[in-house]
Design a protein around this ligand. Structure first.
Ligand SMILES: Cc1ncc(C[n+]2csc(CCOP(=O)(O)OP(=O)(O)O)c2C)c(N)n1
Ligand SMILES: [Mg+2]
Length: 212
């Protein structure tokens, strides 16, 4: 796993020419990936249950069905690379190696939570794991990611930033500004758009002009 494994050497080959990723994984690495995805699913099912029982207050946005996106992409990172995401952040935090205990404690508003119980579902953070949130403002994390990547480039750390956003967030102006600067300054940032065809309850056909 990227969160626990040794430093990875990034291929200099062009994507089309490099071998497929999957065959290079050992059986134990595949089990590790599956284990992490199942952990997220079980965590979310328990969170849903606790939310329905009103043990979790405020918001509780689940990541069920998208587990493979966070686990697969984060598994390719080095531990010191930066990760930042939107408000549906439980899965990314767990994929990054944050413990289910500190994450669940956060949902319950406990001081032992990853944000000392003050952030809740949308605001998981871990300085140690280079996990920069958890952001409730749709698209708000995208210029922050460009800023983190700017620092990485300026300080010549060799690290990258991976920024997740939903299909609903691509309509935000801040995202387009971030993309422009990222391209202009050749920042080491990768934007991963998780397209589930809905912005919460609003379908793409009702909100996005480019919908096929
Ligand atoms: C700036 C801003 N506008 C509106 C909202 C209300 N809002 C919360 S979630 C959401 C939809 C986000 O959709 P998407 O990015 O596709 O994420 P998904 O729900 O699919 O994970 C909206 C509009 C918000 N939080 N921030
Ligand atoms: Mg969406």
């Amino acid at each position: 796993m990227g969160s626990t494994g040794a430093k990875k050497v990034r291929s200099k080959e062009k994507p089309g020419k490099s071998p497929a990723v999957l065959p290079t994984l050992t059986p134990s690495e595949r089990v590790d990936l599956l284990r992490r995805m199942v952990l997220i699913r079980r965590f979310e099912q328990k969170a849903a249950q606790a939310f329905m029982q009103a043990k979790i207050k405020g918001f509780c946005h689940l990541y069920i069905g998208q587990e493979a996106v966070a686990v697969g992409t984060i598994s390719t990172l080095n531990p010191s690379d930066a990760v930042i995401t939107a408000y549906r952040d439980h899965g990314h935090a767990l994929a990054r190696g944050m413990t289910s205990r500190e994450c669940m404690a956060e949902l319950f508003g406990k001081i032992t939570g990853c944000s000392r119980g003050k952030g809740g579902s949308m605001h998981f953070f871990s300085k140690e794991k280079h996990f920069h949130g958890g952001h409730g403002i749709v698209g708000g994390q995208t210029p922050l990611a460009a800023g983190i990547a700017f620092a990485q480039k300026y300080n010549q750390t060799g690290e990258v930033t991976v920024c997740y956003l939903g299909d609903g967030a691509v309509n935000q102006g801040a995202f387009h500004e971030a993309l422009n600067l990222a391209a202009l300054w050749k920042l080491p940032v990768i934007y991963v758009i998780e397209n589930n065809e809905y912005a919460m309850g609003t379908s793409q056909s009702r909100s996005s002009a480019g919908y096929p």
